[in-house]
Design a protein around this ligand. Structure first.
Ligand code: BG6
Length: 478
């Protein structure tokens, strides 16, 4: 029916984030980040954000999988799978330990130099996120995170330093990871990880979110401008957590609600791509009586700093029903969500919807007319190590197979301009949401459990060999 092959130069690879793999949380001058004060949770048990690093608490990101000391071995395994690219983030606190320091930390800069060199040794292109849930803890405490306009200056100072330093080693960048997670502003954990906000009692959470997000969008636009000035060859993208939004039925009330949920969730990328606030969000802010600090100069910066491509994660779709809340009374998006009886679920209750990925690729193409990059996709699952050390993760292969197949249809049949595909957690890592190691995504197994026990030994799962073949055949052999 169609040629199931990706275009030449397609960036097959895998994705992680610094705080979920590196460990070495206080090594070589690194300062603490918000990820370093996040305790271990479990499925349904939220992680706590403690007031600094406290004795007697378990902080899984402190060691993670110790990628900081194992990166050579890990990149070699990725090269064995044939990776064309590797997505990770820079830990801001390795470069500016407190966030507001005047000078960068040379040891932190050197680490990423070495890491990027190691990638290039195998022809692997690094794809780098600047801000992936690892804001300096000092900025959270002293400035209230992204609630302060000053944070824009600290972030752009950091961005300028790393763009200059790595301009010949890193071509593809993204500014804020899943900036739209904070549309769930009632979720204190997400607000802390996304925006470094620790709510005060009685604070209007929604208003705080709109203010912080605005400063982030301005900072992102400035970063795009700075990068293009330093080296126009660098491509800077945004990154959103894309959940295709479905109406629960064909009742027009459900359809209107689905559209409204999408507007409230995707205005972040609208601003990133179009450089202007969408009308619906401006109208909503007025209705609510919120007056975020948005200056004429900010609006100019937003117009000038639009992104080169749209990076997004895709895990699941969301289905909404007007029986729960109607479009005109929507504030908390989660309050509109219902189960979708057509979709199975993972062990962590995330719905599995491969066709939703094709829908997402078409939806984003129609809305933005920009190249797209799937920078996260995958399924957290428990793995069993057999007596001979093998790991038969056919469930993971099945999940990825079905998603890649829909991705290929979107490219071959629907004309989507797709840069690459980097499944999440290509090596097992600490889950962002639960802090567990047992919620595994990797092709590469890491011997470590939720209590922090294990040798950290790396081994190849069945999916390792399967993905190697997918890349080798450029997607033809699933
Ligand atoms: C995305 C994040 O939200 O989903 C990652 O960008 C995260 O950091 C991934 O790890 C999967 O979520 P979780 O909670 O299973 O780790």
């Amino acid at each position: 029916m169609f040629e199931a092959k990706m275009p030449k130069g397609f960036l097959w690879g895998g994705a992680v984030a610094a705080h979920q793999v590196e460990g070495a949380w206080n090594v070589d001058g690194k300062g603490p980040s918000v990820a370093d004060v996040m305790t271990a949770g479990a499925n349904g048990v939220p992680r706590k954000i403690t007031d600094g690093v406290l004795k007697g608490e378990n902080y899984p990101n402190h060691e993670a999988i110790d990628f900081y000391h194992h990166y050579k071995e890990d990149i070699k395994l990725m090269a064995e799978m044939g990776f064309k690219c590797f997505r990770t983030s820079i830990a801001w606190t390795r470069i500016f330990p407190n966030g507001d320091d005047a000078e960068p930390n040379e040891a932190g800069l050197k680490f990423y130099d070495d890491l990027f060199d190691e990638c290039h040794k195998y022809g692997i292109e690094p794809v780098i996120t600047l801000h992936h849930f690892e804001m300096p803890w000092h900025l959270v405490k002293k400035y209230g995170g992204w609630q302060s306009r000053k944070t824009i200056d600290f972030f752009t100072r950091y961005a300028r330093v790393v763009f200059k330093r790595y301009q010949h080693k890193v071509k593809y960048w993204m500014t804020f990871n899943e900036i739209d997670n904070q549309s769930a502003f009632n979720n204190a954990f997400l607000m802390a990880t996304n925006s470094g906000i620790l709510f005060k009692k009685g604070q209007n959470r929604e208003a705080a979110m709109y203010q912080a997000a605005h400063y982030e969008l301005v900072a992102s636009a400035l970063a795009v401008k700075i990068a293009h000035q330093i080296n126009p060859k660098m491509k800077i993208g945004c990154m959103v957590n894309f959940a295709s939004v479905y109406p629960a039925t064909c009742d027009p009330d459900d359809t209107l609600l689905a559209q409204r949920v999408a507007q409230r969730r995707y205005w972040f990328s609208d601003v990133h791509v179009n450089g202007v606030y969408p009308k619906e969000v401006e109208a909503y802010l007025k209705q609510k009586g919120y007056r975020p600090d948005i200056t004429a100069e900010d609006r100019q910066i937003l117009r000038e700093g639009t992104v080169d491509y749209v990076g997004f994660s895709y895990y699941e779709s969301m289905t909404v029903s007007a029986k729960k809340v109607d479009a005109d009374h929507l504030t908390d998006l989660d309050a509109a969500v219902v189960d979708n009886k057509y979709l199975p679920k993972t062990q962590w209750d995330w719905s599995i919807d491969p066709e939703g990925l094709r829908y997402a690729l078409n939806w984003l193409t129609d809305r933005y007319h920009k190249p797209l990059f799937i920078v996260e996709n995958g399924m957290g699952a428990r793995d069993k190590v057999e007596a001979d050390g093998s790991i038969h993760d056919d469930y993971r292969i099945k999940y990825l197979q079905s998603h890649i197949s829909e991705m290929e249809k979107a490219v071959a049949l629907d004309g989507v301009d797709l840069m690459g595909y980097t499944p999440w957690g290509c090596i097992d890592l600490v889950s962002a949401g639960t802090g567990q190691m047992s919620k595994r995504y990797g092709f590469i197994y890491v011997d470590k459990d939720d209590q922090g026990n294990g040798t950290l030994k790396r081994s190849r799962k069945d999916s390792f060999y399967w993905y190697k073949n997918v890349i080798k055949s450029n997607g033809a052999d699933l």
